[in-house]
Design a protein around this ligand. Sequence first.
Ligand SMILES: [Zn+2]
Length: 129
Amino acid sequence: MPWDESPCPYCGGRVINVSNAVIYNGHTFGNGRCYLCVNCRASCGVHGNPATRRPLGVLATPEMKFFKQSCHKKFDSVWRNNKLSRNQCYKQLAKLMGICPKCCHFGWFNQPDLELANAILSDESWYKR
Ligand SMILES: [Zn+2]
């Protein structure tokens, strides 16, 4: 079954591949496509070439998006300020979360993962531990 024919994992609603203008107040971003649950409006982006219809991550609910933004703010400031490379940041976070570095990507985290990552990143010295 193609990914975009699976029901929403949160509410069982129908998931459709649509223009991402529907989630960005009428403006399109990137390749212009996203997946959207027509019921609870959980959504996620689509990889590079939209023809592949490959999702960029898991469907995110508004609450997950809130945690994701919070995580990124703390995480990105570390590599942007050259305290560690971006790659080292992912490795360090994976170590602290007890997951494999290859699985360490905010786009693939579920709600508990995001809450755990957010708690870890709330410690300002997380990247030194
Ligand atoms: Zn849904």
